[in-house]
Ligand binder design. Structure first.
Ligand code: CS2
Length: 491
């Protein structure tokens, strides 16, 4: 017997106990366009919106993918429905989410998507396009005007490929039609993500036309801090979820119980009552972003590079090694926490909760997944903390190990001599630098630190930074990652 496929029609036939949308989906209309409809959005914002549609059905989401049609292909036969499977030690808990009304593939449906973004019913355009989707220079946060997609979009403004190009074309159409702008809400792990998005998008608009640039400068770009760990879905996950709900789901999303969303309350065109779904609406998100990027993501990246090199496939496995636990406990307590100013937040409790989340044995979060796009992630996760500490003459031993492990990782050669599949927009450039350097730690450091789009001149010229990172690189090459971690924590 062929199994049912998840869809509006089969919703009433799902296995008993499956949590399904508590509202009539036929009455939901689009109010949000989301660019970058990947796993993270589907485990995070789409769930908050799902909680709110019963009270206000005018905030349905139309998702769009800018690169690949795979999400559309998976969700279209399911009428946009998909399962989130929350995993903890007690088991897997499935819930079907209905807030995504449809998914568009920007490559083949560009006009349709731009027309929808220009429609007055759309009051928010939200983004999870990953760090590299902003086409910026991570060290400065400025638009990279030489980026191939930006060059393309400036030459073909009505048929854009990039996120900044799409936003500006849609805003230009609204301006021309006398329609108020939508609010742009970045949900990516960037520092001051609203401000950063605004700087990039406004610059792009000004390069198209000065008057448009002025108009776009008046658009609201609230910052947000987003947090939920979302490993990539595997075929085993698909099979498990299909069994649990009693129907095939081509793309369920696996996640943890924890979720957090801190949003700057600046939505001139209105917004869903996000606070009723558990989001924190605040005046200033920046302290929360710093805390999360420096503690959670800084630890994640450090564990990803040093853990991968040490032969650990999953974060929970890294957490099974006491030396690694001591490393990130120390990184957070002694190096990251003193740089944070969070009145009213118990940072020690936040750290302990992070350690608990990293330990979740049911969450198969691959070190390789987190290791992706390090050139875009390092500045806000490790380098900002390093800068603050160096400015105060403080030690950076563990943070420097994170950077050294990244440098060792991007050589593309694992400790057993096998090849590492390094995914990064700068992978080729870094590979060439590593090939020139061979196994000379100093040459590798000098070659990589000269990438000013990541490090900036200040760090490239800082002697204490060089000594700390090169020292760890020497041990990484000579003794390997596990021994290096053990020596740093005195194990
Ligand atoms: C991770 C993040 O892949 C990564 O780089 O560090 O995706 C992390 O899981 C999320 O930021 C958690 O909110």
């Amino acid at each position: 017997m062929t199994k049912l496929r998840l869809s509006s029609q089969t919703l009433p036939k799902l296995a008993e106990g499956t949590h399904v949308p508590a509202y009539d989906r036929s009455g939901v209309t689009p109010g949000i366009v989301h660019l970058g409809i990947g796993a993270f959005h589907r485990a995070h914002m789409a769930v908050y919106v799902d909680d709110l549609l019963k009270a206000d059905p005018s905030w349905g989401i139309v998702g769009a993918s800018l690169r690949r049609p795979d999400t559309k292909e998976a969700l279209e036969p399911q009428d946009g429905l998909y399962t989130i499977a929350v995993r903890d030690a007690a088991g897997t808990h499935p819930r079907v989410i209905g807030s995504i009304l449809s998914v568009m593939d920007a490559n083949t449906q560009r006009e349709e998507l731009l027309a929808l973004m220009a429609d007055p019913a759309i009051r928010i355009v939200s983004l999870t396009v990953t760090e590299k989707g902003y086409c910026h220079d991570p060290a400065t946060g400025e638009l990279d005007t030489k980026h191939a997609d930006i060059v393309h979009d400036l030459a073909n403004p009505a048929a854009p490929k990039s996120a900044p190009g799409m936003l500006v074309e849609a805003l230009a159409r609204r301006k021309a039609a006398g329609v108020a702008p939508f609010t742009v809400m970045s949900c990516d792990n960037l520092p001051s993500n609203g401000e950063t998005a605004k700087r990039i998008v406004t610059r792009f608009a000004a390069l198209r036309d000065a008057e448009l640039g002025d108009w776009v400068a008046g658009v609201a770009f609230p910052s947000t801090m987003v947090d939920r760990i979302v490993p990539s879905t595997t075929d085993a996950d698909r099979a498990e979820v299909s069994g649990l709900i009693g129907a095939e789901d081509a793309w369920p999303i696996m996640t943890e119980p924890f979720t957090q969303w801190v949003i700057e309350d600046h939505f001139p065109g209105g917004r869903p009552a996000f606070e009723k779904a558990g989001a924190q609406l605040v005046a200033d998100v920046e302290p929360f972003e710093h805390m999360k990027l420096r503690m959670l993501n800084g630890s994640h990246s450090t564990m990803a590079y040093s853990g991968y090199l040490g032969g650990y496939e999953y974060i929970a496995e890294v957490m099974g090694d006491p030396a690694y636990v001591a490393l990130i406990h120390g990184l957070m307590t002694d190096e990251a926490m003193p740089t944070l100013d969070m009145p009213g937040v118990d940072l020690g409790a936040y750290r302990d909760q992070l350690l608990e989340r990293f330990r979740n044995p049911a969450l198969k979060h691959r070190t390789w997944q987190i290791a992706m796009d390090g050139s875009q992630k390092l500045p806000q996760r490790l380098l900002g903390t390093i800068r603050d500490r160096l400015a105060n003459g403080q030690g950076i031993d563990r943070l420097a190990l994170g950077v050294a492990a990244w440098m060792r990782y991007v050589t593309g050669i694992a400790e057993d001599g096998s090849e590492i599949d390094v995914r990064d927009p700068h992978a080729l450039k870094m590979h060439a630098i590593a090939a020139d350097a061979g196994d000379d730690p100093e040459a590798l450091f000098d070659g990589l630190v000269a990438m000013s789009e990541i490090f900036g001149a200040d760090l490239a010229e800082n002697a204490a930074f060089r000594t700390a990172v090169v020292g760890h690189l020497e041990t990484l090459f000579e003794e390997g990652a596990r021994a290096t971690v053990a020596s740093v924590v005195g194990a």
